[in-house]
Design a protein around this ligand. Structure first.
Ligand code: ADP
Ligand code: MG
Length: 422
């Protein structure tokens, strides 16, 4: 996908409206607010600094949390404006009330000071992508830049509406995200390995489906694997499988069935293009670590279960949960990953938060990090695990964009990207 990126000549001396995603995790204690993870703020700084360097007057728009279309002091962007000013020495002024006054506010802006408009979701028109609202928002500006890939899957006034009224460009962070994800879905260097784990299969089905089509092999772990094991008729006892509820349940969505279909669809395809490894391209664990609780503290209470053997159900097994991939699976997955030239990984292989169930995730992380392949990583918990192992610098690209990146990899056209193409 080719995006229109900014050059100095597009922005010098211009009034620029830029969409960022400062929806960052906050922690409140004794009336003060701290930013738990500033990755998304850091991501925007390259473009912000470029704009300032070239004499553009910058106004930033972001949402924070889920206000109900009205002002909510708990979801103010004030702590974020203060944080940027303090940590990065960029003067930021929070524009709390703007509505009709935005042209005057922008007119009187000093080019050294970045304006940050108060939480755009305080206005109900934002999520409705209201045309008048978008027009009013666009009015005082010369150009629009979107640098918020993580919001590009939403067709809102600040991601799509404004592009009707202003020449629109992609910021540097958004461009990098699109380029990195495109390396997976457009002509990947092969073999392409996809590693999927974690607990929330609901988030990952469309990406898994699309990526399975493109991939040379798909390795499944974490609680997501329980759906695949169940689909194979393997007993999973009390292991976690995500419940389907609400509208999805009414539509008859069933993730075990999803797993079954996926394996069925590719059962004749063998791993690697020349087919010299006689394994189906979608693999689930062949052994697991099991215990009766996520909080098990004693190694003695952890058992290794070989899933390739018929398991005799003893009353003791009935309460077991599968909490990590087992040692044979670690070996198999690591061996295969060493052959990969491109890897996408989303979702821990087990409950890595507990040291007893960390080995699968840690080994897979280390193997991918050391593979020499182009490696792209996504998912909040996967990023937390890799950070914890100190391996974050060893990956080619870490995507903190959550739903938007999974939608992109699932082959969905993101509404926020359409106006930026060219
Ligand atoms: P991500 O945020 O990386 O997309 P998810 O949110 O889907 O990942 O899942 C992460 C969580 O999955 C982790 O907190 C981990 O404890 C949990 N998990 C992984 N494997 C298992 C398992 N076998 N049983 C229960 N929970 C698991
Ligand atoms: Mg998660």
């Amino acid at each position: 996908m080719k995006l229109r990126t900014i050059t100095a000549k597009d922005i010098t001396g211009k009034r620029v409206l830029m969409r960022v995603d400062y929806n960052v995790p906050l922690e409140r204690k004794n009336g003060s607010v701290t930013i738990v993870d500033d990755r998304r703020i850091q991501l925007s700084l390259e473009t912000v600094k470029f704009l300032l360097k070239h004499g553009a007057a910058v106004t930033l728009i972001s949402h924070l949390g889920r206000p109900k279309g009205e002002s909510d002091p708990k979801l103010s962007l004030k702590p974020i404006a203060e944080y940027i000013q303090k940590k990065f020495s960029i003067p930021v002024k929070l524009v709390e009330e703007w509505d009709e006054s935005l042209p005057q506010v922008t007119e009187s802006q000093s080019p050294e000071t970045v304006h940050l408009l108060e939480n755009i979701r305080f206005y109900p028109e934002e999520k409705k992508n209201d045309a008048d609202f978008a027009k009013k928002l666009a009015k005082p500006f010369d150009i629009y830049i979107n640098d918020a890939f993580s919001s590009a899957h939403r067709a809102h006034a600040s991601t799509v509406g404004v592009t009707q009224y202003l020449p629109s460009f992609a910021g540097f962070a958004l461009t990098k995200e699109v380029d990195s994800l495109s390396k997976i879905v457009e002509n990947p260097v092969r073999p392409l390995a996809i590693v999927i784990g974690g607990a929330k299969i609901s988030d990952k089905v469309s990406a898994a489906k699309n990526l399975a089509k493109i991939a040379d092999f798909v390795l499944i772990g974490g609680a997501v694997a329980n759906n695949f094991l169940k689909a194979e008729g393997i007993e999973i006892h009390k292991s976690f499988v995500e419940e389907v509820s609400g509208d999805l349940a009414k539509q008859g969505v069933d993730y075990v069935q999803f797993a079954e279909k996926l394996m069925e669809q590719y059962k004749t395809e063998r791993i690697l293009k020349d087919g010299y490894i006689p394994l189906p391209k979608i693999l689930h664990p062949i052994d697991v670590l099991a215990a009766k609780s996520l909080d098990t503290r004693s190694k003695k209470q952890v058992s290794v279960i070989d899933l390739s053997h018929d398991m005799a159900d003893t009353p003791n097994d009935l309460d077991l949960q599968y909490l990590d991939i087992g040692p044979k699976t670690v070996r198999l997955y690591s061996e295969l990953l060493k052959h990969a030239k491109t890897v996408f990984w989303n979702g821990p292989m087990g409950v890595w938060e507990n040291t007893l169930f960390r080995r699968g995730t840690k080994n897979v992380a280390k193997t991918i990090a050391g593979s020499g392949a182009t490696t792209v990583l996504g998912g909040g918990d996967t990023i937390a695990a890799v950070d914890h192992f100190g391996l974050e610098k060893k990956f080619t690209y870490i995507s903190a964009a959550g739903g938007a990146s999974l939608d992109f990899l699932g082959g969905t056209e993101l509404p926020g990207l359409i106006p930026l193409q060219g």
